[in-house]
Design a protein around this ligand. Structure first.
Ligand SMILES: [Zn+2]
Length: 288
């Protein structure tokens, strides 16, 4: 089954397909969908694409990797399932996953772990998972399946890229405006415009926290545009401007910067230095 056959939004299909074909699929991602069947199908499709050895679009549906994945017998796709009740995804299971994850893949380029009902992980299980999310082995992808991302600890959430079907992104208008201002300032890339776009964060850590995923969304859309896709909605203008002024590599680098900054916020690093670093890293990534 290819991404086209999934009954998810076009935006999500495109995002997933781009993320796979970029060759830089995140080590840790959260798949959010209230429809558990569709959620599983989506995750399996992504896992198949990640072990596909065919040329061109992935999953190709024809290679040995795809065929094994389709018959649920690919040795590098492992599915772990928590129960239906809170805390039923146990820390023991996470420990098992952790020790397995350090063993190199059998035949694919990477190992994919699908964690069903990950929302039912106990706090202890999440903290155990966090240890490996902090420094994941190079050849591992974790796909955490949940109806609602808020089931995860903030520390886990901040290390994952969220792929959501729900359109359930809560829109914080202030964050949207600040994200737009920042994205608008980037192509101009003079220090002053960027500093003034970030001045709103100086006394408001919560705002920066809310803005980072919005910015990531804008960059994601710009990457889609770069690869010939289309985008619509709130951030179209910003995404178009970025796509016109940046290379795909620099856009991806900027997304890395955002994740890095978000982790630094969690580690409670000096906040003012962090904002300065955000500006400097983004300018560097844009090649100025
Ligand atoms: Zn294939």
């Amino acid at each position: 089954m290819g991404f086209d056959e999934l009954s998810v939004s076009d935006a999500l299909k495109e995002t997933l397909s781009c993320a796979v074909s970029s060759g830089r699929f995140p080590h840790a991602s959260i798949f959010e969908d209230e429809d558990s069947e569709r959620l599983k199908l989506t995750a399996v499709c992504v896992a198949t694409a990640l072990v596909c050895t065919g040329e061109g679009e992935k999953p190709c549906g024809m290679c040995l990797g795809c065929m094994k994945a389709r018959s649920d017998c690919h040795p590098d796709i492992r599915v772990f399932t928590g129960g239906d009740t809170p805390n039923s995804f146990k820390v023991e299971t996470v420990r098992e996953i952790r020790s397995d994850a350090y063993i190199v893949p059998n035949e694919a380029e990477r190992k994919v772990y699908i964690l069903e009902n990950a929302n039912n992980m106990s706090a202890q299980a999440q903290n155990a998972l966090l240890k490996i999310l902090e420094e994941p082995p190079e050849s591992v992808c974790f796909l955490l399946l949940t109806p609602d991302r808020n089931a995860f600890l903030q520390t886990v959430l901040s290390r994952c890229v969220v792929f959501s079907q729900g359109g359930g992104r809560k829109v914080d208008e202030e964050a949207v405006a600040a994200a737009k201002a920042f994205a608008d300032a980037l192509p101009e890339a003079n220090e002053f415009s960027l500093m003034s776009a970030t001045s709103v964060f100086e006394k408001d850590k919560a705002l920066l926290r809310a803005v980072l995923p919005e910015l990531e969304e804008i960059f994601r859309l710009a990457v889609i545009l770069k690869s010939g896709g289309s985008c619509e909605g709130e951030y179209t203008q910003q995404a178009q401007k970025l796509a016109a002024s940046q290379t795909t590599v620099s856009l991806m680098k900027m997304m890395d910067c955002l994740r890095d900054i978000s982790q630094s916020i969690d580690r409670n690093e000096n906040y003012n230095l962090l904002i300065t670093r955000l500006c400097a890293d983004m300018r560097r990534a844009s090649g100025r």
